[in-house]
Design a protein around this ligand. Structure first.
Ligand SMILES: [Mn+2]
Length: 319
């Protein structure tokens, strides 16, 4: 195991593992992998996992039912380990446990990490915290349940080995995790692709109503608040729709325009080269990345907003 990690753990009797608000697959995966690893290799330690309640879709992970969601139920530990936490505010309601811990450690992969812990192990090149964490552990001690947790984080944060952060090392580690006997197909479906019935319905509705513009290079779809109410969806159920729109052949810019509450429109933008959707989102006070961005607009009609966005994307396409 990594020397810094070994030294920190040796000195601690009580350890609390923490993640970020609205925990994603990498957060839940890295926290539970660390938890299972410590339970196995250091059974005399008192280890607690504290997280905001994760999505039920991750309930196949070992240790899921042992996650403590009430910060007040836990007292300050000797060592607090924050995993996948890019800044202190992202600890949410668990910040007190971190502040009151005798020692702190942060294991993360966000380039913006300001090193807020006593010790930080941050590798921005890593696809995920789970990939980085695997390099810190003794691979012989990584068993199937730990491997499943690590694989979950790698798969979700790399978009199933698709995003630019995926490296040859990511693939090598994924291969080693597969050798531990994990049900990799089931993990990819469960953590990434599976949708609920209403999630499929709202995506179907959005795709059916999609409109192509600018010589079929710009596509958008408008989903009203009334439509979401009729299907009984929550806003998170719209995840993945803008990405599916972007996958339309010939499209360079895709926009999902969804009504959060009457008159308030959330834009989720995706693009391919050369369209910079962060620049478009910033016009409306939003932001994000060049190929994935978002913003919220109040006080305009959706069609009016879409006209402006199409013109902005067209201007970028024709320079
Ligand atoms: Mn991550």
């Amino acid at each position: 195991m990594n020397a810094i990690l070994t030294e920190k753990l040796e000195r601690a009797k009580s350890i609390v593992l923490l993640g970020h608000v609205r925990p994603d697959g990498d957060c839940v995966g890295s926290v539970l992998a660390m938890y299972l690893y410590l339970k196995k290799t250091a059974p005399s330690k008192q280890v607690t996992v504290c997280l905001e309640k994760p999505l039920e879709k991750f309930n196949y992970l070992s240790g899921f039912s042992e996650i403590v969601t009430d910060a007040d139920a836990v007292s300050a530990p000797d060592l607090a380990v924050a995993l996948d936490v890019s800044d202190k505010g992202r600890l949410g309601g668990f910040q007190r446990l971190f502040d009151d811990a005798k020692d702190t450690l942060n294991i993360d992969h966000h380039i913006t990490n300001p090193h807020f812990a006593a010790t930080t192990i941050c590798e921005p090149e890593a696809s995920s915290t789970c990939e980085l964490l695997y390099t810190l552990l003794d691979s012989d001690q990584v068993d199937e349940p730990i491997a499943a947790a690590l694989y979950t984080g790698i798969v979700t944060d790399s978009g199933v080995f698709k995003y630019g952060s995926t490296s040859a090392r990511t693939m090598r580690i994924a291969g080693e995790l597969m050798e531990k006997g994990i049900p990799f197909g089931e993990i990819i479906d469960g953590a990434f692709y599976r949708k609920t019935f209403v999630q499929n319905q709202i995506m179907g509705l959005a795709l059916l109503h999609a409109v192509e513009n600018a010589d079929k290079t710009v596509i958008y779809s408008i989903v009203t608040e009334a439509e979401q109410r009729r299907l009984g969806t929550v806003h998170a159920d719209l995840d993945g729709i803008s990405e599916q729109l972007r996958l339309t052949a010939g499209v360079k810019c895709a926009v999902l325009c969804s009504e959060m509450e009457p008159g308030s429109w959330k834009l989720s933008l995706r693009s391919l080269e050369p369209v910079d959707v962060a620049a478009i989102a910033m016009r409306y006070g939003g932001g994000g990345h060049i190929r994935a961005a978002g913003c919220t607009i109040v006080g305009k009609r959706a069609e009016e907003i879409m006209e402006e966005v199409i013109r902005a994307a067209e201007a970028q396409l024709h320079v």
